[in-house]
Design a protein. Sequence first.
Length: 145
Amino acid sequence: MVILILLAKISFDDITKRTVKHRYLTILIVLFMCSWFVSPNYKVLPYTGCILVVGFILHVLGVLGAGDSKLVAVISLGVMPDYISLMLFGAIALGGVLAVLTLCYGLLTDLQRTRAKGIPYAVPISISGGFFIFLSYIDWFGVVS
């Protein structure tokens, strides 16, 4: 529950301020590491490393913000390796929907101003990530048999 509240706070900050704060990412890392005492998720570390490398490249190319890249990597620590690709696809699909909605909003108001603000990509990342964290925890802790 705390993780979902943090993801909602990160999304709200990204919508209002276009920032992803390190303190929230740090808290998420600590929460995920604490959950590893019950159900270790070490197999996800290579995926997290790849996400960091690709995220850095996308940031350098100007495609994705550094905070968004770090958010995806941190969220991956709480997702089972089997769900990582689905989580990324979900974030991309939801991001596409958000981009279309943002474009429509810009066409109705001021397109240049809307484009200058950018897209708060932490929102689709958090939605997709939260969903797959939830699925992972259901699987790990045997909530559904």
